[in-house]
Design a protein. Structure first.
Length: 252
């Protein structure tokens, strides 16, 4: 081979070697590794588990607990003030020359001790707010009161660990330990007021309160009369208790 041909052959070999290095190949290796685009997919591999939202706690808040008839009266007054304010803004009424439409407070389908007392206190508070409350539903806004009781599991609803300082007094535990909630904090009632103008809501409010477990019958047990609870739609006489014998009773 002539020297000039040998020179050109060497130059061509060097160029081919440099081109192979620039493509990520080793000199002399003609087989290129498969890229990610041409990799074989394993259809037998198990699917990846779905990513679901992680539960998080709500911020720590306070909520009233109903423990006396005075509390029922207080929340009825609060509801009446909110209802009067809503109606006055929505209807631009409440002035001497433009009174608001009359309200007719409908009775609950199933009366309980709480619903009866709450409705009576609500009517009183509405009158004190200057609203007209009618015993006739003709031409009046129909006001309905709905009471729903809910019960959660043990310790449910607690936004932070609690610790007892004294009977009935609970606070956040500094050591992070969690204790059981007071019994009354596992039961709640949801009180909803709806003022209806035909099929339209003229005003509406919903509030939630804690109630004690020992007081649940006041919110859930229907009453048929002022003195007797109901059982299957009929009034039931309270059970008579046997007299307790006294020491020295001449009848014994």
């Amino acid at each position: 081979m002539r020297p000039s041909l040998r020179f050109y052959a060497c130059a061509l070999a060097i160029c081919l070697a440099l081109m192979g290095c620039s493509r990520g190949q080793r000199p002399g290796n003609a087989i290129q590794a498969p890229s990610a685009d041409t990799a074989t997919v394993n259809n037998n591999a198990p699917p990846a588990p779905p990513v679901v939202p992680v539960p998080s706690a709500f911020p720590v808040t306070t909520q009233p607990k109903l423990q006396a008839g005075l509390h029922w009266q207080t929340i009825a007054q609060d509801a009446a003030r909110a209802l009067a304010s809503h109606l006055q803004r929505g209807q631009r009424c409440g002035f001497s020359h433009n009174p608001c439409r009359a309200l007719y407070v409908a009775k609950a389908q199933e009366e309980t001790e709480f619903s009866r007392a709450f409705v009576n206190a609500l009517i009183t508070a509405l009158v004190q707010q200057g609203l007209i409350v009618s015993q006739d539903d003709n031409g009046a806004l129909a006001l309905h009161v709905d009471v729903q009781s809910v019960h959660f599991g043990r310790g449910a609803g607690l936004g932070a660990p609690l610790k007892s300082l004294a009977p009935g007094l609970w606070t956040t535990g500094g050591d992070g330990s969690r204790v059981d909630a007071p019994p009354g904090e596992r039961s709640e009632i949801i009180v909803t007021l709806s003022a209806l103008d035909g099929n339209r809501y003229a005003a509406r409010s919903t509030n939630v309160y804690y109630v004690g477990n020992v007081d649940l019958s006041l919110y859930e047990q229907e009453i048929c009369s002022l003195m007797r609870p109901c059982h299957n739609g009929k009034a039931v006489s309270p059970a008579r208790k046997a007299p307790i014998p006294l020491i020295g009773d001449p009848t014994n």
